[in-house]
Design a protein around this ligand. Structure first.
Ligand SMILES: [Zn+2]
Length: 358
């Protein structure tokens, strides 16, 4: 039986047009049975999280009504997904006669990674020897749910592929810079190409699992690395990205973006175009019009709550301020409680991207 909290997490991956909240932050304040831990929150934060929970619940209800088959994945279902995926990914890179990595679903990662805040990990031969643990892909049991797991497994399979492309004496015991980015990008591309999960999961994963999460969180770092790979993909097409993967860890360690500036004529690639649009959506999600832009920018400093009269509202708005604020609230940039206006993102302002669209 799925915990209420896991249902909510699962639902979050299926909602359309999610609020730009930091999902990991929100889940810190939700108990296993789906209740808000209110003792650590003030009234405004509590209501904000309650509203998010409602939102995630809608995603889960949608799923349980339309996709009953994917709610409770057994470990057999799981291994089937994994087996199909690795065959397809290996074919993409013309890898034959490989030893399929073992997949292990664990309550905790093996020592010394027990407390790591990752959803999955992969240990190549060299890494496994270094840490004296069995080689393979490790997945945390609590995240073994449809919509998230496939994304995690795909990422780890791509690490395995990079490993297969690396000569034994060139294997590194830590992934070189660019490996995480390229692995993340290519895994999403292949998940979309083979329709392994719904596109909403890919988009939501990019929004709150990568782009809009805490600046120091590993997902945010992967996102920044992926942006560089995205540039190569935009300029040179997906085949070039694959060629880079084929150079293995040594090639990735020596990758220079300067070699990929030339724009070549590409064949049409609808999957790549869609994935690029998802990455772009994350950067530019807060594209706002002039009215919103002025109210938002003039009033960033409102985490303590102000009434409409206290706000420094420009005189030249073409719309009632209340309506503008309501629209800002709808996209998660402002929050109104008991007539007071708050900024729900006050603490994460450095990771927010607000852009004026004229
Ligand atoms: Zn990784």
């Amino acid at each position: 039986m799925l915990l209420e909290k896991i249902k909510l997490l699962m639902g979050a991956y299926y909602v359309k047009n999610p609020v730009m909240a930091q999902i990991d932050e929100i889940f810190k304040y939700i108990t296993d049975d789906g209740k808000v831990i209110s003792s650590e929150l003030d009234k405004i934060q509590e209501r904000f999280i309650e509203e998010q929970i409602e939102y995630f619940r809608k995603g889960y209800n949608y799923l349980s009504n339309t996709r009953k088959d994917i709610i409770n994945m057994t470990s057999e279902d799981f291994n089937k997904v994994f087996d199909d995926m690795i065959v397809k990914f290996a074919e993409e890179f013309h890898i034959k006669n490989y030893i399929k990595p073992k997949i292990m679903i664990m309550k905790k990662f093996p020592y010394p990674f027990e407390d790591c805040d990752y959803k999955a990990m992969n240990f190549t031969t060299v890494q496994a020897e270094k840490f004296n643990i069995p080689k393979g892909i490790y997945l945390l049991e609590k995240y073994a749910i449809h919509g998230i797991s496939e994304i995690m497994i795909a990422h780890e399979i791509m690490h395995f592929i990079v490993g297969e492309m690396t000569k034994e004496n060139e294997q590194l015991n830590q992934a070189p810079f660019h490996e995480e980015g390229i692995v993340d990008f290519m895994s999403l591309y292949l998940l979309m190409k083979y329709h392994i999960v719904e596109d909403s999961c890919i988009l939501n994963h990019l929004i709150f699992g990568r782009g809009n999460c805490n600046e120091n969180y590993v997902g945010n770092i992967y996102f920044k690395e992926s942006k560089q790979i995205l540039w190569i993909a935009k300029n040179n097409g997906i085949e070039k990205v694959k060629d880079i993967i084929k150079t293995g860890q040594k090639g990735l360690a020596n990758l220079s973006l300067l070699n990929y500036q030339r724009v070549e004529k590409n064949n049409k690639d609808e999957v790549l175009d869609k994935l690029i649009s998802y990455y772009d959506f994350v950067f530019t999600n807060f594209s706002v019009d002039t009215n919103m832009y002025y109210i938002y920018n003039e009033n960033l400093d409102i985490d303590d709550g102000k009434s409409l009269e206290d706000l420094n509202i420009p005189q030249n708005l073409s719309e009632e301020p209340q309506n503008v604020i309501a629209r800002l609230e709808k996209i998660g940039l402002m929050y109104v409680l008991d007539g007071k206006i708050y900024n729900p993102n006050a603490k994460s302002i450095d990771t927010m991207k607000v852009r004026l669209v004229l």
